[in-house]
Design a protein around this ligand. Sequence first.
Ligand SMILES: Cc1cc2nc3c(=O)[nH]c(=O)nc-3n(C[C@H](O)[C@H](O)[C@H](O)COP(=O)(O)O)c2cc1C
Length: 139
Amino acid sequence: MFLVRLIYTSKTSHNFGPEDIENILEKARINNQKKNVTGLLCFNNKFFLQCLEGSRQAVNDTYHHILNDDRHSNIIMLNYTEIIVREFEQWSMGYMPQSSMTSPITLKHSGTPNFAPYEMSGESAHCLMLALKESIRTC
Ligand SMILES: Cc1cc2nc3c(=O)[nH]c(=O)nc-3n(C[C@H](O)[C@H](O)[C@H](O)COP(=O)(O)O)c2cc1C
């Protein structure tokens, strides 16, 4: 089965608490490992930006679960494409908190230095996530 990449953005529901992000990551990593889904989740305490990659079946299935999760809302798909290779193969779900998203990196990929994924194109969001991956490699 060939590979696809899906990128979406969303925002937290009003009752979202600090323990929610830990629960999401724990569950995501367990489920994704079983389905060979890999990816990256960026989160600045308000907005999510997530990349999922894997077989079309596995990515679509995971996204359907995510769409029905009431811990977030306003879910907008930014990018869905067939890919040849994975880019986040080392992570069943990598995580970039606010502190990892420095202004120079976000400014390079968007109109402001703030993390504003609703205002980003799918390709810019994709490039931002690749840059974030590289930034932790070079630290
Ligand atoms: C922002 C966000 C990202 C999520 N990412 C994933 C993910 O990558 N993989 C996953 O299985 N579930 C993810 N979830 C959780 C799913 O929405 C859902 O709760 C979970 O897949 C249910 O798993 P279960 O049927 O094994 O209980 C995410 C939820 C949110 C709010």
